[in-house]
Design a protein around this ligand. Sequence first.
Ligand code: PRP
Ligand code: URA
Length: 207
Amino acid sequence: MSVFLVEHPLVHDALVTLRDAATPPELFRRMAVRISLLLAAEATRDLPATAVTVTTPLGPADGRKVSTDVVVVPVLRAGLGMLDAVLELIPYARVGHIGLQRDEITAVASQYYAKLPTRLDRSVVVMIDPMLATGGSAVAALDLLMRAGSHDIRMICIVAAPEGVRLVEQHHPEVRIYTPAIDRELNAHKFIVPGLGDFGDRLYGTF
Ligand code: PRP
Ligand code: URA
């Protein structure tokens, strides 16, 4: 199984606000942060940790500290709306950026930017892109990460379409996808239905 459906009620509470066409950019941004934080917590449940002992004011206490390098990779531009939330959870994470833009007519994604940290082979990579529609952007980004040496990649998205999930599973079956929703279908313009519209435009008010 490569898809993990996140059922947390707070995730779904934020998702309905994101979906609502009446939600203004300011609230949309806040909900994007809230849902991303919760999804990131799910996607990092199994991060390697080592046993440590600290001294509380009353004596020694055993605990665990995350013992792996983590790299967060937002897919520009919409993925940037999720980045601060993930860094709030994992402040020591390194950050890579991948810029991909879907053509408005064909919906085919082309890459316009990429800057990745070194030694991705030693890192857990958390790729963040709120929308998984045709899957073209996700597969292009995952191809790039694999070529750069990544082999432990989790992808977080806020709304997915069945077509996108299938494409990622076909090309990258080892990548785990964390999402609260796999919606019904894509429309003729390759937008997710019912979805939430254009995430980047709603985040930044570019409509
Ligand atoms: C959106 C979204 C994904 C992509 C998903 O980005 O953030 O990256 O579409 O669609 P796909 O699965 O069909 O490739 P968009 O290209 O609209 O760019 P933006 O983030 O700059 O708004
Ligand atoms: N990108 C979006 O922002 N929304 C969609 O429905 C599909 C791609």
